[in-house]
Design a protein around this ligand. Sequence first.
Ligand SMILES: Cc1cc2nc3c(=O)[nH]c(=O)nc-3n(C[C@H](O)[C@H](O)[C@H](O)COP(=O)(O)OP(=O)(O)OC[C@H]3O[C@@H](n4cnc5c(N)ncnc54)[C@H](O)[C@@H]3O)c2cc1C
Length: 332
Amino acid sequence: MNLRTHNAFGLSAQAATLVRVDSDAAVRRVIDHAELGRAPKLVLGGGSNIVFTRDPQSVVLKVEVMGRRLVEERADAWIVEAGAGENWHDVVAWTLQQGWPGLENLALIPGTVGAAPVQNIGAYGVELQDRFESLDLVDMVTGRSVTLDIDACHFGYRDSVFKQSLAGKSVITRVRFRLPRPWQPVLGYLELTRRVHETGIDAPDASTIFDWVCAIRRAKLPDPAVIGNVGSFFKNPVVTTEQCRDIIGRDPEVVHYPLPDGSIKLAAGWLIDACGWKGKSIGRAGVYEKQALVLVNRGGASGAEVVTLARAIQESVYGRFGIRLEPEPVIV
Ligand SMILES: Cc1cc2nc3c(=O)[nH]c(=O)nc-3n(C[C@H](O)[C@H](O)[C@H](O)COP(=O)(O)OP(=O)(O)OC[C@H]3O[C@@H](n4cnc5c(N)ncnc54)[C@H](O)[C@@H]3O)c2cc1C
């Protein structure tokens, strides 16, 4: 089966075997299968954070566990559960319709619920870990169903245990969210603060923030259904104050954000733009005209072209700033 329609970059890759799994038991059937059980596995959600550079040699497990429910209504939070195969944005919209706000800043992030903990998705001042209660997974070695709480997930900036020691070893089947009560808006992000000033709405409700986030994202990010892409291609690098001071000395305009631990996060998009990459292409892979952090498929690009472009960008940023950019998506 060709995975072109199963990844947001629209890259062609041939999977010898793709199995759709809709429950813990379905995952176990694959693990216990005489042939499939022995083969390496690649877990696939919506393909919004994967770059295929070759045909995967693994059995592709397409996660399609569905279901949404309110688990518990506590005085301090709503606990809501969704199946890993549910569309992330649809679940965000549904929680708001039900009157359980808290996920609105994470609206319109493509992909599935099950992938959200993998890179601790984040946007507009909120990360998954801020709204996380626990998750269920099936251990691909033992076939056992296990529940992990927040400490066991080791969430970090676009990182978790699922990108580290548990990479490729488990299938997340359900995620539970803790949506705090009373609800507090998160408006610290520059573009949201600007909306508050522009509209004069200084106490927006969660639905208004949801609409603002959707509008901001639609204006600046390409829709993968139209232009293949995986969103931000690189993580924003974190540097020491000394490194930052050194860069500011040479490039006073550098966009940077101080972090609570004293380190400084630099805007990777600014670094790439400063190296002159915005709008440029290598082969059929290009740098999006409106946002240098986003690499795009200009039509029929191969994964190899995307990776060649990414490496060329990494080299120029290293050459000019001495900073190594780390890719955000999973490269297969
Ligand atoms: C236009 C655009 C904008 C984006 N904006 C953002 C953003 O603002 N913030 C952000 O954080 N991300 C963003 N992303 C990245 C992407 O949307 C997220 O990483 C999303 O969570 C990926 O979901 P997916 O189901 O498509 O995962 P996939 O791409 O299918 O998989 C990603 C990784 O997770 C693993 N995985 C997937 N499902 C499971 C599962 N059930 N169990 C175990 N492992 C699993 C896969 O093996 C792979 O390693 C954006 C992407 C695009 C295309």
